[in-house]
Design a protein around this ligand. Sequence first.
Ligand SMILES: [Zn+2]
Length: 422
Amino acid sequence: MRNTRLWQGMLGLARTVIEGVDLDDDAEAVVVSVRPRRGAQRRCGRCGRRAPWYDRGEGRRRWRGLDLGELRVVVEADAPRVNCPTHGPTVVQVPWARHGAGHTRAFDDTVAWLAVQCSRTAVTELMRIAWRTVGSIITRVSADIDARVDRFAGLRRIGIDEISYKRGYKYLTIVVDHDTGRLVWAASGRDETTLERFFDTLGPGRCARISHVSADSADWIARVVARRCPQAVQCADPFHVVKWATDALDEVRRHAWNEARGGQNQSRSERRHKHPKVHRLKKVRWALWKNPEDLTLRQHEHLAWLVKTHPQVHRAYLLKEGLRLVFRLDGHAAKDALDRWISWARRCRIPAFVRLQRSIMRHRATIDAALDSGLSNALIESTNTKIRLLTRIAYGFHSPDALIALALLALGGHRPALPSRP
Ligand SMILES: [Zn+2]
């Protein structure tokens, strides 16, 4: 075979002997016949240890490689089995692909890199694969990174949260590192057994080093944390407290909207004709949800309109923003601000906020702990937003493992690298 090194370089085939390169007209693909180099032969596909020959397996196999220009590339080789002392009869390890994969390592790595950088359409069209295939590939690549890195190194202050996916039918339990902002663990389910698995993986030595655990005020999380990390200070997750306020504001807005709409018997167009306010209140919703610093000019106008027409909704908005501000301050300043906020909310005569004020009083100890520990709400909020965005992108993966893999690749601090790049 001439130009062997050229082919090896182009195809990213290290530790591999290239036996031949042909054009398969039917498949419109370049077929590269290969075999592992001597030192890389007869190793168990699962553990990589040398093992005695077992049988020919299912004969020759093909792996899809990275395209060469406009042509698809297929790598073809024998796939015999060895008899591993640990794993029994197993297909041999090959230097160019992960065990059990139908794509080469370079192909897998490129797809994983693209999956965290580009849109779903960009990945599937560029690589000419289905979105489900992307799911299997990133699961493999993420498992590979897991085997190499220690995600739990130096873990001290963690946040535990539940995230819904599949349009709210299913849940993931996730754990983030507050000091790095990284996602360190995720599993499907939201119950004590699921969370126990995290602490099992962490191990008793590292559990003992956890100083702060933040969570929404779910009892099941608090119970597991009290059992497994009794020394850790339990904090309320500022993100969730602010979300309670957003929910309360939404309740006030809906109430105003229903009042403006009046009776239910009128037709749609009649209602709109009679109450242009209804239409406008609907638009205002976006302005109410956004953080003030992100508002557009038009949304500022909506708010100004709200001050005149719905003073109660506007006051509710100010209460929500006031609470958000509390979590931007530190320690004493924050606690003082929270005291003032509570007395304001207690007297506000908006039922949703009076109730919110009561539940904040009930959780005051864990909220104070959060304010004392200086957990950055901005960090928690951005991690949360990113994961929620990923659950939408990941829609269409058939297993939660693919969603977890994508989340870990994107937010776990160990991003996939392109083939032969550091
Ligand atoms: Zn083995």
